[in-house]
Every structure is written in C-alpha cells, then in structure tokens.
Write a protein that binds this ligand. Structure first.
Ligand code: Q46
Ligand code: ZN
Length: 309
C-alpha cells in the first residue's frame, strides 16, 4: 500500500476517503482537516486565546498539539476527578505533555482538593450518577476558568465518533432540545457563557489515535473506569460495525445532520440571544445561570448537607 499523495510506503489506510498516507502526509492530512473545521465553522482567529479541555487521553492531547503546530495560542485546563489510579495516571500524561509545550499554561482543577471529595464520593453523597455529576463539575470549571482567565474560546477533543454516537443517542430518544444544541461551534452564553468548539469533529477516533502515536504523544490509553457499560460505548460499537461494512457512514450521518440542521432549527445565534436574555449571576458564586443558584452550587450544597449528616 502506497501513499496516495507522495507514493512512498503508506502507514495508514483511510477507507472512508479511499486513500492511504505515509507518516508525513497523514500528519498533514490531520492538520488540514482541523484547519478546515476551524475555518468552515468560524471557530476562532489566529489572535484569539484558546483554552483546551484536556483529559490525558489521545483526543484532547492531540488537539492541543495540533492547535500549537497550526500556530494558535492554546493553553489547557485539566480537571483531576480524584478517581483512584486513573486520575493520577492521566494527570501525569497531561503534565508531561505540558512540559514540552513551551510558552503555554496548564491550569489544573483538583476535585478532591477543591470540593473535599473525589467525583465518585460526591456523586454517591447526592445520589446522582457519577457521569452526570462529573458533567456538571467539568462544564462549570471550564466555563469558570475560561471567563476568569479571559480566554476567547474553549475547545474540546470530541471527534467524529463521539459526535456521531451522541447524535445517534439523541435521535433514538428524540431529544429535540439536545439535537438543537448539537454542533461543532456553540456561541458564548448558550449554556453558561464561554464559546465552545470541537475542532476534531472531522476526524475519527482511529485517526486521532494514529496522530497521537505518530507524533510521539504519550497519552493514557485506558478509558475512565466510570465509562464502562455506558450507552455511548454501545452506540460507538454499532457505528463502527456500520463503518466497517460501509466506510464513510459515520461522516455521512453526522455531516448530513449538520447540513440539514441549519434551515430547520433556530440558528445558534438566536438560541444564544434567547439564553442570554434569561441568564443572570448565581446568588452563591456569581457565575451565569438561568436559576437563582447555579446547578454546580446547588450540587455542592447538597453534598455538604449530606456529608454533615
Ligand atoms: S470522565 Fe466523567 Fe467521563 Fe469518567 S466520570 Fe463519566 S463523564 S466517564 S467523559
Ligand atoms: Zn453558583
């Protein structure tokens, strides 16, 4: 198998593009796909400051790496969830990468230290599924860091597999409200303020993993132990089966949704307008919320009461 572009020996085949690439051309392909996504969805400009949400996994570290190589001003935030073993291993990978990313800043929020307990204990105290409590904490801390440190935009490492699986879940359950908000670029104040973008949405999980390996990025291979048995993993498996039978299915599914989304749903700008009108500062922490107290502060108050019992 030879590289479609330069005809030297290929290291990876991409059936969905009917192509194969050598290492150099593959890294170039990944950079091009991300540059295209940034431009097509007007994610950010060269002079803006970006905060990348990193977990220690391949996608988020690859994203940070790609943005830096493309010449963007990107720092990162790592939320240490306090999950025994997994959190220290992933934190180590993030710290190690950050040491090589000269001139950048790594912000760290440690749940155990700041909230008094790790994510599992917190979720148990308030009788909520761990991943839902985790979602509230991560969303809150990323928004907060983005606003306090004055970043223009927050970027996450969601790839095509993540987005297609999420879309499948939303369609299967007809979660219209979520469908309305699913997209690679959500403007500021849609659900709390900072603009959120997903520059890897044109790349599959296999491609981001190959990018990380070929770029020598040391990432945590294991998934978060809390993800075991999740519906998302099942949807990904189903989509992977379809992809094997018919390469390009994931892309057609997700990009077809995005193409159809524009004329039929309220534009993200008008949704942002609508949300902006109902947002005001949380009475406890001052962060934007549609209620009197934001969901993060409510959650923390419940955890405090429960642990005092
Ligand atoms: S990190 Fe958090 Fe995921 Fe782990 S606890 Fe669940 S939501 S699975 S992206
Ligand atoms: Zn609050």
């Amino acid at each position: 198998m030879n590289c479609t572009k330069c005809k030297t020996k290929a290291v990876i085949g991409l059936p969905r593009h009917n192509a194969a690439f050598c290492k150099t051309c593959f890294l170039g392909y990944v950079h091009d796909q991300v540059a295209k996504a940034i431009k097509h969805d007007r994610m950010f400009e060269k002079d803006q400051r970006i905060l990348v949400a990193v977990s220690g996994g391949k996608d988020s570290l690859a994203l940070w790496d790609i943005l830096l190589k493309l010449g963007y001003r990107a720092d990162a935030l790592y939320v240490d969830l306090g999950i025994p073993g997994y959190s220290s291993r992933s934190r180590e990978k993030v710290t190690r990468y950050a040491q090589t990313a000269v001139g950048t800043t790594l912000h760290v929020h440690a749940v155990q230290r700041e909230e008094g307990a790790g994510i599992r204990e917190l979720a148990m105290l308030i009788h909520r599924p761990t991943c839902s409590a985790c979602g509230t904490i991560k969303r809150y801390q990323f928004n907060r860091a983005a606003i306090e440190h004055e970043y223009d935009v927050m970027a996450t490492g969601h790839n095509l597999d993540d987005e297609a699986a999420r879309l499948l879940g939303n369609v299967l359950h007809w979660q219209e409200e979520y469908l309305e908000k699913q997209g690679p670029s959500l403007p500021a104040s849609l659900d709390g303020f900072a603009k959120k973008v997903k520059p890897l949405y044109r790349l599959t999980e296999r491609e981001t993993a190959a990018y990380a390996v070929l770029s020598g990025i040391d990432y945590v291979v294991e998934e978060c132990p809390m993800a075991k048995g999740s519906k998302m993993l099942l949807y990904k498996e189903v989509l992977n089966r379809l992809e094997t039978e018919s390469p390009g299915t994931k892309q057609k599914f997700y990009c077809g949704f995005l193409d159809r989304q524009a004329p039929n749903t309220p534009s993200h700008d008008s949704m942002a307008e609508r949300d902006r009108a109902t947002l005001h500062p949380c009475a406890t922490c001052g962060q934007p919320t549609t209620a009197e107290i934001c969901s993060y502060c409510k959650m923390m108050a419940r955890a405090k009461t429960a642990s005092a019992r």
